[in-house]
Design a protein around this ligand. Structure first.
Ligand SMILES: [Zn+2]
Length: 645
C-alpha cells in the first residue's frame, strides 16, 4: 500500500517539475485516464502546444491544463468577454460555466469560427477570463437527445469530478506485470445478439460490449423458465462480481452491443464505460426508445430510465485514434469501423508489448454514402475477433451502384403508377444512408425525379439530427455538405410527418421513410397496416429482417395477417401491395468484404476468432479465412474460455 501511494504521487510530482515556473503550479490530479493540472497563470501554458505535448509524452497521458479556481473571473463578466470575442456568425446558442472543471462550454453552430485561426480566439478567451473553453457543435437539426445528454452531464458535474478522480486513482496504480491473458465468450458467439466478451489478466478485468438479443420470441424471463435464455449475456456464469470489472468498452450503439449495460448499473456496477461521443448520444436515443417500446406493449423492462442516466454519467468518451489507459496495463484505441455513426473497432495493447487484440464489433469494409471503410492499420495484432453476420460463402451482396439504381427505379415506377412507397428503416444508419441516396439522385439525375412528397416519420429525424452534431465522424464529402449548409438530412425534398399520418395516407402518391426496420412495432407498422391492401403500393426492404420478425414473414410471401387496430381489436389484413427486397445497403460487410478486410490488415493477425453470426456463418468464415490467410482460426462457442497468453 505504501509503495502504491508513493508511486501514485510520483507521476503527479513529475508534472510539477515539468511545468514552466511562470505558470505557477498549484496542483495536479487524476481525471479518469487523464491528468488535470491547476495553475495560477494559465496564459503561460494554454495554447503552448510544445509544453503540453512534451509533458504528455513524458508522462504518457493526456494533460489538461486549468486555472486554479481563485483565478477564474466572475461568470457574468466572462460571458460578456466571450460574446465580445466570438464573431456573431459563429452562431452561439449556449454558454455554460462548469466550476468543478474550470471550463466554459460554448455551444455553437460553427465551432471553426469560435476557435479562430490557429486557436487565436480560444487563446484570447483564456487570457482574459482564465476559464478554459470547450467547444460543442450545435446540431443543425434540433436534437432533444443531445440537449438532454448535455444537460445531464452539466447537472452531474460534481459527481463526474469525484467519479473521474477515483477512476484515475485506480488506473494509476503501479504497473504489476501480468503473466496470463484469457478471454471468455459471454454472448454473441455463433449467434447474432447479446454480444459480450470478458478479458482477464492477473490484474485486470474488462468487458467488451454487453448487449441483449432484442428479437421478439426471445423473452429473457420466459425462456429462462424453459431452461434456456438467449436474451442476455452469460455474466452470471463468469464467476466475477460487478465490482471486479475495471471497465466496460463499447464498440457502437446498437442494442445487441449496449442493451445490457444499464442493467449492470442497476445491480451495482459503478465503474467507467468507454465509448466514442456519438455512441454515447445514440445509446441514449436507442435505450430510451427501447424502454418506451416495452412499456407501450405492456411488458416489464429490465431496468428503467434512471439506470440509463446512471450509465450516461459514467461514460468516458474518446475519439478515434486516441490512446487511453483503461487500467494500469491495458491501453485502448478506437478505430473507425464504418458501420454506424461513431462505430469503432477496439485495439487493446496489454502490458508493455506483451499482447495486442483487435475486436471488430460490426464493420463495413465497402462503399456507403456515410462512412469511410473500416480501418486496417494497427501497431500490432496478436488476436483478431471478427464479426461474421454475412460471413457465409454465399453471402455476396450486389454492387452498391446497382442497388441504388434498382431502388430509384422501383420508387419511380410505383409513384408514376399512382401508388405509395413504404420503406421501413432502422432509425440509425440505414435511414441516413437512404436519405443521402435520395437527395443525391434528386439533385443530379433528372431521370429519377420523384414527383411526390418524401415523408420522414418516427425516430429518423432525431437520429439524423445527432449525425449533424458529429460531421467529423462522417466521410469527407458528406462532412463538407453539412458544413456548407447543403446537409442532405435537411434537403428540401424531405417533409417531416407531424402527427398527420391519416392525411398522408389519404393523399396521392408519396414515399414514406418510417422507423421500425423489421415492421416490429414502431411507426412503420402503422403505415404498413394502412397501405398493405392496395396493390398499387410498394413495400421496400433495404435492411436486415430477423428470423422471427413480421418483416421476414412478409418478405417470404405472407398473404394475410391479423393485427390489432387502433382500438386493440384484431383485424385481418390482406397483403396485396408489392414487396421488394433490395440488398446492398447493409452496414455490415459481406463475405467478400470480410475476407478483404482481413487480407488488407497490417500487420496480419497471428490468430483469428469469428463471432457475431449464425453458427454456420461463423464456422464458414473461419474455414474461409484459415485457408486464405493461413493463420489459426476458430469459431468459439458462448462460454468458451480461451487462454491467449
Ligand atoms: Zn451493429
Amino acid at each position: 500500500m505504501n509503495e502504491e501511494k508513493k508511486d501514485q504521487k510520483g507521476i503527479l510530482e513529475d508534472i510539477e517539475k515539468l511545468m514552466p515556473p511562470e505558470a505557477g503550479f498549484v496542483k495536479a490530479e487524476y481525471e479518469g485516464p487523464d491528468i488535470a493540472v491547476y495553475v495560477k497563470n494559465i496564459a503561460a501554458v494554454y495554447g503552448n502546444d510544445s509544453i503540453v505535448r512534451n509533458i504528455s509524452a513524458t508522462i504518457k497521458k493526456k494533460l489538461i491544463v486549468r486555472s486554479d479556481p481563485s483565478e477564474l473571473i466572475d461568470v457574468e463578466k466572462a460571458t460578456e468577454i466571450i460574446r465580445r470575442l466570438i464573431p456573431k456568425e459563429a452562431g452561439i446558442n449556449d454558454i455554460h460555466f462548469i466550476l468543478e472543471f474550470g471550463e466554459v462550454s460554448i455551444e455553437a453552430l460553427k465551432p471553426g469560427i469560435v476557435i479562430g485561426k490557429g486557436g487565436s480566439t480560444l487563446k484570447s478567451i483564456v487570457a482574459e477570463t482564465h476559464w478554459v473553453p470547450k467547444i460543442l457543435r450545435t446540431p443543425t437539426i434540433n436534437s432533444d437527445v443531445i440537449k438532454g445528454v448535455r444537460q445531464l452531464l452539466y447537472k452531474e458535474s460534481e459527481f463526474r469530478k469525484k467519479f473521474l478522480n477515483s477512476v484515475g486513482k485506480k488506473i494509476n496504480q503501479p504497473i504489476m506485470k501480468s503473466e496470463w491473458i484469457k478471454v471468455t465468450a459471454l454472448g454473441g458467439f455463433r449467434e447474432v445478439g447479446r454480444s459480450s466478451l470478458l478479458l482477464e489478466t492477473n490484474h485486470s478485468k474488462i468487458l467488451i460490449d454487453c448487449g441483449i438479443n432484442p428479437e421478439p420470441g426471445i423473452k429473457g424471463a420466459d425462456a429462462a423458465q424453459n431452461g434456456e435464455n438467449r436474451a442476455y449475456p452469460y455474466l452470471d456464469s463468469a464467476n466475477i462480481t460487478l465490482n471486479d470489472i475495471d471497465a466496460i468498452i463499447l464498440t457502437h450503439a446498437h442494442m445487441d452491443h449496449i442493451g445490457f449495460v444499464p442493467y449492470l448499473f442497476k445491480y451495482g456496477y459503478d465503474g467507467p464505460v468507454y465509448c466514442t461521443p456519438p455512441t454515447r448520444d445514440l445509446a441514449a436515443l436507442l435505450l430510451y426508445d427501447y424502454l418506451k417500446l416495452i412499456q407501450r406493449s405492456g411488458g416489464t423492462p429490465l431496468y428503467d430510465e434512471k439506470d440509463v442516466r446512471k450509465m450516461l454519467t459514467h461514460m468516458i468518451v474518446r475519439d478515434y485514434n486516441e490512446v487511453t489507459n483503461v487500467t494500469d496495463e491495458i491501453k485502448l484505441t478506437y478505430h473507425n469501423a464504418g458501420h454506424i455513426l461513431g462505430s469503432a473497432l477496439v485495439h487493446l495493447h496489454i502490458g508493455e508489448g506483451m499482447y495486442n487484440i483487435v475486436y471488430t464489433g460490426d464493420i463495413k469494409y465497402g462503399f456507403t454514402r456515410l462512412f469511410d471503410f473500416a480501418d486496417t492499420r494497427y501497431p500490432r495484432i496478436d488476436s483478431l475477433f471478427i464479426e461474421s453476420t454475412y460471413g457465409g460463402q454465399n453471402d455476396i451482396m450486389p454492387n452498391r451502384q446497382v442497388s441504388e439504381t434498382v431502388l430509384m427505379e422501383t420508387i419511380k415506377k410505383t409513384i408514376d403508377e399512382g401508388g405509395k412507397v413504404l420503406i421501413p428503416l432502422f432509425a440509425v444508419g440505414r435511414s441516413q444512408d437512404i436519405m443521402v441516396v435520395l437527395d443525391e439522385y434528386a439533385n443530379s439525375d433528372p431521370r429519377y425525379k420523384i414527383d411526390a412528397p418524401i415523408y420522414l416519420d418516427g425516430m429518423i429525424l432525431e437520429a439524423s439530427a445527432i449525425h449533424t452534431a458529429y460531421p467529423e465522424y462522417l466521410k469527407q464529402s458528406l462532412q463538407h455538405k453539412i458544413l456548407s449548409n447543403r446537409s442532405p438530412f435537411e434537403s428540401e425534398i424531405f417533409e417531416i410527418a407531424k402527427g398527420e399520418r391519416s392525411e398522408i395516407l389519404e393523399k396521392g402518391p408519396a414515399v414514406i421513410l418510417a422507423s421500425g426496420g423489421m415492421l416490429n412495432g414502431g411507426v412503420s407498422l402503422e403505415y404498413f397496416k394502412a397501405m398493405a391492401e392496395d396493390p398499387k403500393n410498394t413495400l421496400i426492404f433495404v435492411g436486415y429482417n430477423s428470423a422471427f420478425s413480421l418483416g421476414r414473414r412478409v418478405q417470404n410471401g405472407l398473404k394475410e395477417i391479423a393485427l390489432p387496430d387502433e382500438d386493440g381489436k384484431m383485424s385481418l389484413i390482406k397483403i396485396n401491395m408489392q414487396v421488394k427486397t433490395i440488398e446492398g445497403f447493409s452496414g455490415h460487410s459481406d463475405r467478400k468484404q470480410l475476407m478483404h478486410f482481413v487480407q488488407d490488415l497490417r500487420p496480419l493477425p497471428k490468430k483469428i476468432f469469428t463471432m457475431h453470426g449464425e453458427e454456420s456463418k461463423c464456422e464458414d468464415l473461419a474455414r474461409g479465412l484459415e485457408s486464405r490467410i493461413r493463420v489459426e482460426t476458430r469459431a468459439p462457442m458462448n462460454l468458451d474460455s480461451i487462454r491467449l497468453k
